[in-house]
Design a protein around this ligand. Structure first.
Ligand code: CMC
Length: 384
């Protein structure tokens, strides 16, 4: 190497690029200039999707056109539908999990997208809108197949969030459930150079296409240290419940956690590479989820009580705070969503951030090709 590189394990603290899309700081999370609490309180998911993909807040006409474009793209092409008919068997016989099915469905969608090989800005925006519109239908049809039911067709008159819930269950959600889902999608939409977004930029920095970047991003999001944490957090709370019994006995919860600490286990839904004093998204989703739990009844309130005790012990003893995936697990459970669909729903939101980054990468591309510090054997001869 000619000059000393900046490097750190896991690229911690390394500035690996530039973006106009999002800024993640200890004290704030900003999408294109708007603070996350402002967006969660005042914007719908479709408005946030437009903001991320197009770059500005939509006016009424722009929003109406954007929503109509999404509605028009909700149904799936035949090859994707045919694949999804097999998805229930694949999941039910445990040879695949929903994130694998979603990854493959997006990859098949590439084969039939007329713009697949075109990386021009207009083609990329068309592809982004198609993926945004179709991913909820993929998730819905997959869930129908898992349950051995006929596919529920998308509805033209429902929002992105309501339609997602409708296709998964066959019933129109209450306005309260739609709102909770919508805010969760706003919170999940974008987060600068997280692992999956960085993956999508590395892939598309070779001038590969958007579907390739998104397929790789889904693969990266699946892991428990990233998006898979929302499922893992709920699984952990279920494990605690199984071990301690039906009541929230603080002594038993503390004992469970001390055992986990002694075994040096990572508690899912806690900690963050950037936020060391707490994730700004977590309290927003926690408050909404807790309200939904109070409306649903005692079992769900007890889940949130358990989560709050776990959170307090983590904060008091480790000074480690929940990330957004911790309240997400409890919230989606309260909404009756099957646990293996939590991370696919994350995809139904983060597709906006990924697509925005892919478009930014293609618009001002330079191949992403860092160096690595070699730690292998010194030079040696094959014939020695
Ligand atoms: N449980 C227990 N200890 C933890 C946790 C945790 N969840 N997170 C961090 N620590 C400890 C860690 O063991 C280390 O302690 P020590 O210095 O004694 O070795 C210290 O805190 C620093 O942690 P780190 O592993 O160096 O932090 P990192 O920046 O490499 O990892 C993380 C960040 C998110 C991968 C990690 O906190 C983790 O594994 N959390 C659990 C999985 C999770 O919730 N992931 C979701 C991330 S955010 C949203 C998303 O992407 O979906």
């Amino acid at each position: 190497m000619t000059s000393a590189p900046t490097h750190a394990k896991g690229l911690e603290g390394v500035i690996a690029g530039e973006t106009e899309i999002c800024n993640v700081e200890q004290t704030s999370l900003i999408y294109r200039g708007y603070e996350i609490a402002d967006l969660a309180a005042n914007a719908t998911f479709e408005e946030v999707a437009y903001l991320l993909l197009v770059g500005s807040k939509p006016n009424a006409d722009e929003l109406a056109k954007f929503k109509a474009d999404l509605v028009a793209e909700r149904s799936l092409p035949a090859p994707v539908v045919e694949f999804l008919k097999t998805s229930g068997d694949l999941v039910n016989n445990q040879s695949a999990v929903p994130m694998d099915i979603l990854r493959t469905a997006v990859s098949i969608q590439a084969h039939v997208d007329p713009d697949c090989q075109d990386n021009a800005p207009e083609a990329n925006l068309r592809k982004a809108k198609r993926l945004l519109a179709k991913i909820p239908t993929i998730i819905g049809h997959m869930q129908n197949s898992i349950e051995g039911k006929d596919f529920v067709a998308p509805r033209d008159d429902l929002s992105h969030s309501a339609n997602l819930l409708y296709m998964m269950t066959g019933s129109e959600p209450t306005p309260e459930a739609e709102k909770v889902m919508d805010v969760s999608l706003v919170l999940y939409a974008e987060h600068d150079y997280n692992a999956s977004t960085f993956t999508s930029r590395v892939i598309t920095g070779t001038l590969a296409d958007m579907h390739g970047g998104v397929t790789g991003a889904i693969a990266a999001l699946k892991g428990k240290l990233h998006g898979g944490a929302n499922e893992a957090a709920m699984d952990m709370l279920s494990d605690i419940r199984n071990d301690i019994g039906p009541e929230n006995d603080t002594a038993k919860i503390t004992e469970w956690m001390h055992k986990a600490f002694a075994e040096k286990r990572k508690l899912m839904g806690f900690g963050h590479r950037v936020y060391k004093n707490g994730d700004h998204r977590a309290p927003i989703l926690h408050a909404l989820g807790r309200k939904a739990a109070e409306a649903r009844g005692e079992e769900f309130v007890k889940l949130f009580d358990l989560g709050e005790t776990v959170q307090k012990i983590m904060e008091d003893e480790k000074t480690i705070y929940p990330n957004v995936d911790f309240p997400c697990g409890m919230t989606y459970f309260t909404m009756g969503i099957p646990v293996p669909q939590y991370t696919p729903i994350f995809v139904a939101s983060r597709i906006t951030g990924w697509a925005a980054h892919i478009m930014e990468q293609h618009a001002n591309n330079r191949l992403i090709r860092p160096r690595v510090a070699y730690t292998g054997p010194a030079l040696r001869n094959w014939n020695d």
